[in-house]
Design a protein around this ligand. Sequence first.
Ligand code: BTN
Length: 250
Amino acid sequence: MGGEVMFECKKVCHLPLETVNSTNTWVKENLCRLDPDQITCVTASEQTAGRGRFSRPWLSPKGENLYTSFYFTTPTNFPHVKNLGQVLSLSASALFQDLKIQTQIKWPNDLLLDKKKVGGILCETTPVGNKIGVILGIGINLNMTSELLGKIDQPATSLAQVSGREWNINAFLDRLIGQFLEDLKLLEREGFFPFQKRFNFFLSSKGENITCIDGGTRFEGRCLEVDEEGRLLLMLHNGKIHPVSAGEIL
Ligand code: BTN
C-alpha cells in the first residue's frame, strides 16, 4: 500500500443533512465536493429512498433512526475492503454491548436483536482517481415504533421497542464514530484477524442448518463460523466445508 496512512491520525468530519433520497446516493452524487483524504460521515434526519442490500428499500422515517454513510478512500491494493461492512457491524455491536443490549450479527453484516433486524449495512465502492472510494452506509432502528416496524418486509425491531425508552440519535452516532475509527485503525494495522473472534462471538445461526446464496448459487449446510478472512464456513451435507465469500443467508 506504498506506506500510505489511511486512518491513523485522521478525524471524522460530520456532515449533517436534513432530507435526502439516500445518504449513500447523496455521497455518490456529491463525490467531487468531498475530500478524498478525509473520513466523512454524512447523516440525514430522513431518507426518501433509503436503500438496502440487493436493491431492497430501507424505511427511513424522519427523526426516528440513524441513517449514516461513511465515505473515505483506500489504495486499490487494500485487501480488506470486503471486510469493511463486517467491521462496522462489529463497531455497532460493541456499542450495543456497552448499553448491555445483546445483539447478534447475521452474516455478513446484519444487526439482529431478539432475532429481528435492528440495523443493516450497505457497502458500495466507486473509482476515485487511482483509489477506491468506499461508501459505507449504516441504518440502525433506534426509536422506530411498532406501527412502522410492521411495514418492513421481514421481522424487524428497534432499540426503543426492546429497551422501552427513547434513544438520542446524535449521542449514539458520536459513539459509533469513535468506535469505528478505532476499528478502522486496527483493520489497517492488523487486518481482519483480530476481528475474527469478536465476529464469531456475535455470529447468529451458529450450529444451525441454513441456506445461503453465494455468488448466485444456493448452498445448504450447517453454519460453523467465519474464517480469518471473514468468510462464512458452511458444513455441507457431504461433509465438505464451503467458505461463503459473497452473498447472504436466506
Ligand atoms: C441492508 O440491511 O440491506 C442495508 C441497509 C442499509 C441502510 C443504510 S441507511 C444509511 C445508508 N443510506 C442508504 O440508502 N442505505 C444505507
